[in-house]
Structure formats: C-alpha cells, structure tokens
Design a protein around this ligand. Structure first.
Ligand SMILES: NC(=O)c1ccc[n+]([C@@H]2O[C@H](COP(=O)([O-])OP(=O)(O)OC[C@H]3O[C@@H](n4cnc5c(N)ncnc54)[C@H](O)[C@@H]3O)[C@@H](O)[C@H]2O)c1
Length: 276
C-alpha cells in the first residue's frame, strides 16, 4: 500500500524548521494539505514562499490565546483535521537540576508538555470531525526512555508526553482517533546543530557511537511520523517509534576504532558542547 494523503489536512506545530519542516515536506510529498503553527517570523515567511498552498499561522503554542486563535484558523481552513503533529519542544536550559530556578522549570515543562496537552485539546473537535481515521503524532525524545544529565526536567516532560500518548490512546480509540509518538535520538537540526554540538575532534567517532553509524537526519523522524499517521498504522496506537539508529538498544555500548564493542568512553572531555 502506498502512503497517500491526498485530500487530507495536516497541522504541524513548529513546522518552520528541523523535524517539523521535514514532516511538512514528507506529508506534502504524499499529497496532504499542510498547515503550520510557527513562532518565528522569518521561518513563517520562508515556509509560505516554499509552500504557497499551505496555511501558515504565526503562533506561540505556549500562549493560550494563540492556541484558541489557531483552532479557529484551522476550523475556518478545513472544518476538520486529519493529522496533528505536536512537534514543538526544546531543552531550553541545559544545567544541573538544582541550578534551575522555578521559572526555568515551568518554561521547560510548558514547551515540552503543557502546550502539547493544550494544543491537542484545542484540536480535538476538529480531529473528531475527521474521525474515524484521524490521528495525532507527538514528537518526544529518546530522552523520554533513558536518563539525561543536566536536562532532567526536559527528560521528565518528554516522558510525560509518553504517558499522555498512552492514556489518550485509550480515550480516543472509540472515536477512531489514533495517537502515537516519535522519539528521536540526536538529530541534525537548527536546534541541535551537530557542527556545534559535536566538536570536530570528536566527530571522527560519530560512526562508532550509534549502532547504525550516524546521527539522525530530520527526515528519519518525518518518515516515522508519516507512517504512524497513515493507514499502514491503522492498528497502531498508544506507542512510540524510537528513531535512534539503535542507540537505545545499545544502552551505552559503542565500537572502538578497530571495531570492538566497549562501554568505556574513548574521548576526552564530554564529547558534546552541552556543558559539564
Ligand atoms: N534535534 C534533535 O536532536 C531532537 C532530539 C530529540 C527530540 N527532538 C524533538 O524534536 C522536536 C523538533 O526539534 P528540532 O530539533 O527540529 O527543533 P528546531 O528548533 O529546529 O525546530 C522547532 C521549530 O519550532 C518553532 N517553535 C519553537 N517554539 C515555538 C512556539 N512556542 N510556538 C510555535 N513554534 C515554536 C521554532 O521556531 C522552530 O521552527 C522537538 O520537540 C524536540 O524536543 C529533537
């Protein structure tokens, strides 16, 4: 069965860059009508120039009034929504847990979890209008399934999205609405630019750190989102696809330059530019 989204409407939050943009490209290539909710003005303009048929809603999804307006715009646009991709998220502050202040903690929880609940609830009448067969895809993180030092609140908020995905799968199944998640490992995007995150002296080891030999491309996660929203996944709900090159399975195992497996670090420093 080929994946065909002709005549179907897809809303992607944060569709102006990275994984969200790759989702827009993939769904558009499969024939969907695309809408994005995007906070960055330049990215909105760039997207509108590239996809003149798309609906571009300048919007901050952490702002409740903006979410209400977004739901109105999508309602006027199509009256129903086939696919919602909750893609916005950010680690925001990479520092030890006890160095975070309350405002920073609230902001991390809001951008990774709070707005996902609010956007989903605001779009549910439109998803119900397109049901049965409509679906939600949440972009979480591989960090929802393992610990991440200096990003504890981010990891916890992403794990909360896993819980929401599981419970809502049950609530929405009788209406014929599916909900699943995509959990990427480190993926080269404007938020996680690998040229900066992985210093040159450590890039030589990239092919040894992850079983499939490289970090992620935004299109890797977009492919999983496209599958999960498609009829190919008609019997799939409440679950997560780990788009991680096998990193979670490896759980710390990596290869040495001569091809042996080790759990012993081979690098100096911490290997990334996220702070100690
Ligand atoms: N890149 C990675 O390595 C990686 C790994 C795991 C999970 N993720 C998750 O994937 C998702 C996408 O990440 P990315 O790396 O593509 O990020 P990105 O920063 O490249 O893209 C995010 C987009 O969302 C927009 N945005 C940010 N805040 C917004 C808001 N409040 N309202 C509306 N739009 C907003 C940004 O302008 C940007 O266009 C996030 O949920 C992130 O946590 C990314």
């Amino acid at each position: 069965m080929a994946i065909d989204f002709a005549g179907r409407n897809v809303l992607i939050t944060g569709g102006g860059s990275g994984i969200g943009l790759a989702c827009a490209e993939s769904f558009a290539a499969a024939g969907a009508q695309i809408a994005i909710a995007e906070a960055d003005e330049e990215r909105c303009a760039g997207f509108a120039a590239r996809f003149p048929e798309a609906l571009v809603v300048p919007c901050d999804v952490t702002d409740r009034a903006d979410i209400r307006k977004l739901a109105e715009r999508i309602g006027e646009w199509t009256g129903a929504l086939d696919v919602l991709v909750n893609n916005v998220g950010h680690f925001l502050h990479a520092k030890p847990f006890d160095a975070l202040d309350d405002e920073e903690i609230d902001a991390i929880v809001e951008i990774n979890f709070g707005q996902v609940m609010r956007v989903t609830r605001a779009m549910l009448p439109l998803l119900r209008a397109a049901a049965p067969g409509s679906s939600i895809v949440n972009i979480t993180s591989i960090e929802a399934f393992r610990g991440i030092p200096n990003c504890a609140v981010y990891g916890a908020a992403k794990a909360a999205v896993t819980g929401l995905t599981q419970s809502l799968a049950l609530e929405l199944a009788p209406a014929g609405i599916r909900i699943n998640a995509v959990a990427p490992e480190t993926t080269d995007t404007p938020q996680v630019p690998l040229d900066y995150m992985i210093p040159p002296e450590n890039r030589a080891h990239m092919d040894k750190w992850i079983p499939l030999g490289r970090f992620g491309h935004a299109a890797d996660s977009a492919g999983a989102a496209l599958y999960l929203a498609s009829p190919l996944a008609a019997w799939v709900t409440g679950t997560t696809v780990h788009v991680d090159g096998g990193a979670l399975a490896a759980a710390g195992w990596m290869r040495t330059p001569d091809g042996q497996w080790t759990v012993t670090p081979m690098i100096s420093g911490n290997g990334v530019s996220l702070g100690g």
